[in-house]
Design a protein around this ligand. Structure first.
Ligand code: NDP
Length: 604
């Protein structure tokens, strides 16, 4: 047995003496079983068709314009951080003719749509917000409010002169490769026709709001909206609060995920009465947000952001670092949950011993979080209902210093729907759980997003490659890419996203790396006069095998979890197709590939 294994075993034995493992396992299983539903992921409704008004843009009035027919060198679909950083890097390398396209009314992506009161990023802003040094700013808060992040996205647009040709309120409806002229024919919902040499898609992963499949949802006659389309016209106030329109309203918030826990304290402050409809409680760790120390900001030297981002991604990936610069709930979590967050496996330790210690550390962490609920929440029954009973990474961890406290307010009622399996039905005037109806004026759905529904994967943007084959046809046996970016038969098309690529909780850092890689490929193609960039079938198949061979199999873990979008509502598979060894190793893979093999994708 190795020294590392012995050390792990000793630590596990110590914890096992303090923790009733069997009782906790049984409790977790019981909670999972009562939440499992036969309809799984099909329980939800898309915010489309007769529910389309839930997805309408409440922030920017639609502006009519004439269709545009033009040639463009680089078309970027998506004006969130992925698209913005790609376009910024292309500008830096001298590309003038760039056109960004987005359905939203401005830049920001997620941060354009999500403006609900209390919105903050739950990743440290100094590592989350991209291009801080290039824009010449330091965030004002450790965890930035959404509006600051949205403004930053707009500032990137200004800094890199990206507003120039951007088309907002425009959705690409078809991409069709023209082999004769080696360009993409692009159609939009505004009747535009572009002939684009390169097309880059960064259309997001959690973009389409979803609604719970509650019987009678359409009969409700009060006001209703989704958190990602907050109706300030009705509530008054802004993302900082001041929701004066709710002063005489009984409000229901449905959902207690990462969004719900940010929204609840603000609605609690201003509504006459708030009912929080909870099915599964989130974990609520300490947030400890604070303003940026001006002395620290003044002391930062060029290159500071990249250094800090590197430090964060290495820390949470289990790669060696001298010091954890961020020191927050995520980096702490990564120390005890390495396998679940990053897929990193310490090979010097016997897997069974590592797994045993992981589980015990998890129980310990969850015990602490449940104890925190008891410390904060005064009413014992409410506290009991707010306690999460599952393994820590079964759901996205939550952090807040305001959420649990809100349940001590006399105008806030927690409605635990777990026994009823969620909300039973809605009526014209309220929300019913079991036999009890809660009469409300307004229902706010904090019920999350369709996963993987955006862009090319869903077929909402049909992509016809060489010979008229669609991308989805080419992927009939599963996605086939080289490094997640390019696909044989679809020249000069680059995709950003987690598919067959690295993933991390700081997803914007991943997008930043992807953007730099794609911009570099385009730069090389232009410099070498390549007609197009396209992987060979052999290179692509080799990468598909790498993804399969090195995938971390978390399915057993996920199968034991309470349902949620992390485990496709209780089906064992997470559907994860990311690069198993994690983002730090992935970056090395790309660097080596660029040094040795980049010419293989440049077709003259
Ligand atoms: P989630 O999918 O995480 O949560 C949806 C919530 O709605 C859950 O609490 C769910 O309960 C509940 N729900 C669904 N159907 C019903 C029903 N029929 N009755 C009662 N409750 C129901 O969505 P979020 O918007 O909270 O978060 C989505 C993702 O967005 C996050 O995981 C994160 O990746 C991202 N995000 C990031 C933030 C950041 O700061 N970086 C902030 C906010 C979101 P149940 O758990 O039982 O299914």
């Amino acid at each position: 047995m190795t020294d590392s294994t012995t050390a792990v075993q000793t630590e596990a034995d110590r914890l096992a003496e303090q923790i009733d493992v069997d009782a906790l396992r049984a409790k977790y299983r019981q909670e999972r079983d009562r939440r499992i539903r036969p309809d799984g992921a099909s329980q939800y409704r898309r915010a489309a068709g007769s529910f389309g008004y839930y997805a309408k843009d409440p922030y920017t009035a639609r502006v009519d314009r004439v269709p545009i027919t033009t040639d463009v060198e680089v078309l970027v679909i998506g004006g969130g951080f992925g698209g913005l950083v790609t376009a910024a890097r292309l500008r830096e390398s001298g590309v003038e003719d760039i056109r960004i396209m987005d359905e939203a009314g401005d830049f920001g992506g997620t941060w354009y749509w999500n403006r609900y009161p209390g919105i903050h990023c739950d990743i440290e802003s100094y590592v989350y917000m991209p291009l801080l040094e290039e824009v010449g700013t330091v965030p004002k808060w450790r965890y930035a409010p959404g509006e600051e992040i949205r403004q930053h996205a707009m500032a990137i647009g200004r800094t890199f002169d990206l507003y120039r040709d951007t088309l907002f309120q425009t959705r690409a409806t078809e991409l069709r490769w023209d082999e004769e002229t080696s360009v993409w024919d692009v159609s939009t919902d505004r009747g535009d026709r572009f002939r684009a040499r390169f097309v880059i898609t960064s259309s997001g992963t959690l973009t389409e709001p979803k609604l719970p499949g509650i019987p009678g949802i359409e009969t409700f006659q009060g006001h209703t909206f989704h958190t990602s389309r907050w109706d300030y016209g009705y509530t008054g106030g802004n993302a900082d609060g001041g929701l004066s329109g709710l002063a005489d309203k009984r409000v229901a918030v449905v959902g207690t995920g990462a969004t719900g826990i940010q929204v609840v304290p603000h609605v609690a402050r201003d509504a006459e009465h708030l009912f929080v409809f909870q099915r599964t409680p989130s974990t609520i760790g300490v947030r400890d947000n604070r303003p940026t120390d001006p002395e620290w900001a003044a002391s930062l030297r060029p290159g500071w952001q990249r250094e800090r981002q590197e430090n964060f991604i290495r820390t949470i990936s289990g790669a060696p670092v001298d010091e954890d610069l961020t020191q927050d709930g995520w980096t702490e979590t990564a120390r005890i949950q390495r396998t679940m967050i990053t897929g990193t496996v310490d090979e010097s330790v016997e897997p069974a011993e590592r797994e045993r210690l992981d589980e015990l550390l998890d129980f310990q962490k969850m015990n602490e979080l449940r104890a925190r609920v008891d410390e904060v929440v005064e009413d014992p029954a409410t506290a009991e209902a707010l306690k999460p009973w599952y393994r820590y990474m079964c759901k996205r961890p939550g952090f807040s210093d305001l959420y649990l406290q809100a349940f001590n307010e006399p105008n806030v009622t927690l409605v635990d729907t777990a026994d009823a399996g969620g909300i039973t039905r809605m009526t014209e005037t309220g929300v019913v759980v079991g036999d009890t109806e809660y009469a409300v004026d307004c229902v706010v759905f904090a019920t999350g997003f369709e996963v993987g529904v955006s862009g090319v994967l869903s077929g909402t943007l049909p992509v016809y490659g060489r010979d008229g084959t669609t991308l989805l046809e080419a992927w009939a046996r599963g996605p086939r890419t080289l490094h997640g970016f390019t696909t044989h038969g679809f020249p000069n098309l680059f995709q950003l996203g987690p598919l067959q690529n690295a993933n991390s909780v700081n997803f914007v850092h991943i997008l930043q790396d992807q953007a730099e890689h794609i911009a570099e490929l385009v730069r090389i193609a232009r410099a070498e006069g390549a007609r197009y960039v396209e992987p060979t079938e052999a290179a692509q198949e080799a990468w598909v095998r790498v993804i399969a061979d090195r995938a971390i199999d978390n399915d057993d873990f996920r199968a034991e979890c309470t349902p949620g979008y992390y485990n496709r509502e209780g089906s064992a598979t997470s559907g994860n197709t990311s690069f198993g060894p994690g983002p730090v190793v992935f970056r090395d893979v790309l660097q080596q590939w660029r040094a040795r093999h980049v010419d293989e994708v440049m077709v003259a």
